[in-house]
Design a protein around this ligand. Structure first.
Ligand SMILES: [Zn+2]
Ligand SMILES: [Zn+2]
Length: 114
């Protein structure tokens, strides 16, 4: 039995992956397929990669609690968290958004229930 080209283990082999140079084990294969399904996310605020991003890009839940997933780098997640906290301190429970509130900014809406 040939070892997996990805992890080197002699395990049950799955498909041949030409990009890796041979067959990988079923464990690695599952991970590879999962990675294909969910490609590396791009930061929502990178605007075509203007170099403002720092850290890895991960998904977070929208602060509006709508279940929307927002991909952001760790720097922009930090900024969004601080911004959200500031907004809730200044406008703790206002039914109408302030005039400067832009619902398109992060795909979030004002005063949604948690
Ligand atoms: Zn493997
Ligand atoms: Zn970013």
């Amino acid at each position: 039995m040939k070892p997996c080209v990805e992890c080197g283990r002699s395990a049950e082999l799955g498909d041949n992956w030409p990009s890796l140079g041979g067959p990988v084990c079923v464990f690695c294969e599952a991970q590879l397929y999962a990675a294909q399904l969910e490609p590396e996310p791009e930061c929502l605020r990178s605007y075509g990669g203007d170099g403002n991003c720092r850290g890895g890009v991960t998904y977070r839940a929208s602060y509006a609690g709508t279940g929307t997933r927002i991909a952001e780098c760790s720097k922009h997640q930090q900024e969004a968290a601080e911004r959200d906290q500031r907004l809730r301190q200044v406008y703790p429970d206002t039914p109408t958004p302030p005039s400067w509130f832009d619902p398109t900014y992060a795909g979030e809406s004002w005063n949604d229930d948690y």
